[in-house]
Design a protein around this ligand. Structure first.
Ligand code: 13P
Ligand code: SF4
Length: 303
């Protein structure tokens, strides 16, 4: 029996022992997506976390996603498969910086992207993901909104709403480094392909795209479309499901640097080790959790 199969068997045994469910983000390695009980985008994973019938949630993703699971499931154990897997975008705003921005714009409400720490969520009025940002912003009564931490998603939302969005200057290096010239080149190479990008991309890149979509929205778009080829502007992990769900269609990345190092830290080995040692337990202090939960519940109520 191969080592690969042994690890998979071990994970299956540990799942029973821990009464666990394994959830994974669309950017995870193919073998992790294949072994997971549920794969999705940030919104789907948040929703899934409210419907889970298990004692342990094993999260294959990055810290803020596991924290969201812990915020919504205080009675369950949440394990993050790789303790050091963070999101550099989420780390671009901390609680002190957000409080400073709130002092600067005292009349504005705060919408935080789910890619943020539990403390930042607790200090925000409502949370959003890339799938529901426009809907969430439109649901806020206030016309002035501080949006943290992603400037590109905030800018994209500002083009779809009448609200006055005050942009915090954070960005995701994976999406921000995609340049419009690279999109133009990809279009020259694949003239029949539709361009689908994530709203974390620069405005100049989004302007060249057919649509700006969350990762799961991209999957739905590609499946429903009568087109056969697509240029993809998000992390390369999405290709696994795109090809699985559309074996006869073609997908091209804009560049070869669409890789999120933190998302790739989870391997079958780290997954098995985390479960075996019950390590990387993600917890959120109760006071922070209750406030952060309000921001997430507000989002889930309108999504
Ligand atoms: P989605 O919400 O579209 O899955 O995106 C999450 C993310 O981290 C994007 O970089
Ligand atoms: Fe964070 Fe970007 Fe990685 Fe998504 S792709 S987890 S936003 S660093």
């Amino acid at each position: 029996m191969s080592n690969f199969n042994e690890i998979k068997e071990k994970i299956a045994e540990l799942k029973k022992e821990l009464r666990a469910i394994i959830v994974a983000h669309n950017y995870q390695r193919p073998e992790i997506q294949n072994i997971a009980d549920f794969v999705g985008d940030s919104l789907e994973l948040s929703r899934q976390c409210t419907e889970i019938d298990a004692q342990t949630i094993v999260f294959c993703g990055v810290r803020f996603m596991a924290e969201t699971a812990a915020i919504l499931n205080p009675d369950r154990t949440v394990l993050l498969t790789e303790g050091s897997a963070g999101c550099p975008l989420a780390d671009m705003v901390n609680i002190d910086e957000l409080r400073e921005w709130k002092r600067r714009y005292p009349r504005a409400s705060v919408v935080c992207y789910v890619n943020s720490s539990a403390e930042v969520k607790a200090e925000s009025d409502i949370c959003c993901t890339s799938a529901n940002g426009v809907k969430v912003v439109d649901s806020v009564a206030n016309d002035d909104i501080i949006f943290v931490p992603d400037q590109n998603l905030g800018h994209y939302i500002s083009t779809q709403t009448k609200k006055n969005i005050i942009l915090y200057p954070g960005f995701c290096y994976v999406h921000h480094r995609i340049k419009p010239e690279q999109v133009k080149l990809a279009k020259q190479l694949h003239p029949d392909a539709k361009v689908l990008v994530h709203p974390e991309c620069r405005p100049e890149v989004i302007a060249l795209a057919e649509a700006a979509l969350s990762t799961s929205q991209m999957l739905c778009y590609a499946k429903a479309s009568s087109h056969n080829s697509f240029i993809i502007g998000t992390e390369e992990g999405i290709l696994h499901r795109l090809y699985q769900e559309n074996p006869d269609k073609s997908f091209y990345l804009i560049s070869n640097s669409q890789i999120c190092t933190d998302m790739k830290k989870t391997t079958l080995e780290t997954l098995a080790r985390t479960m075996e040692l019950r390590q990387n337990i993600v917890t959120v202090p109760e006071e922070v959790r209750l406030k952060a939960k309000q921001a997430i519940d507000g989002m889930l109520a309108i999504s």
